[in-house]
Design a protein around this ligand. Sequence first.
Ligand SMILES: [Zn+2]
Length: 284
Amino acid sequence: MPELPEVETIRRQLAPVVEGRRIRAFEVLDPRWCEPLEPAALADAVRGRTVQRLARRGKYLDWQLGDELHLLMHLRMTGTLLLDPPQRPPLYARVRATLDAHELYFSDPRRFGTGQLVAGDAALEDFLGARIGIEPFEPGFDGPHLRARARGRRVAIKSFLLDQRNVAGVGNIYADEALFRAGVHPLRGAGALTGRQYAALAAAVREVLSAGIDAKGASIDDFRHLDGARGSFQDRFLVHRREGEPCPQCGGAVAKIVVGGRGTYLCRHCQPAPRLALSRSAAR
Ligand SMILES: [Zn+2]
């Protein structure tokens, strides 16, 4: 699933091409993409408008179309945006947009991706405020912020990180990589880290997201760039999807466990288990 670095990669590639362009045509080929809004209603609202700015909020792409009209796109599991692809329409095309001379497709084999219109900046903040929390690159994202947000929470710290209301844009890959770098076991209770661990974790989240953006995202399944190319961050994973391979810090074997239903990779030596979790599993 695309996470913050993958969506940011798409935004950085797409923004210079689409900003200032007029939407000549917009066709939703799969009504599920924008339901409950009718495809024709969405097309009527955006056609003829000029893309003022392409922004990102968490994993959402925010097409700012003037008059405070926002088209929010979410790639979900397998969505990709393809610009002027060689094959038209590409496989699994769900939306076709014509931006002056360019053709942009939203392709999505599993059809979980969405598009929705939000009218008004205040409505946008309401919508996003209910769904996503602080952006990790905002100045307020730090150890004390994480600590305050996690106070009293017994949920596993990894599940806490995956909740978009706590940190916007972190998914399974970057949570594993950040917890490893911070030396924090994924099952540790979110409210039970030390001040030093919260600070290390906040720094590690930023570090792995920056590294992911530098590598133009990770392509372990469907994620592709606008031109169909792959990101390369999967070649730099320290623990994610490296079960049985040596830990880059201690040389021990990387382990795989399940946390909140998600495959989770860690080094048991560098990320010591919380005592509570140990005694619980021993009691089973
Ligand atoms: Zn290790």
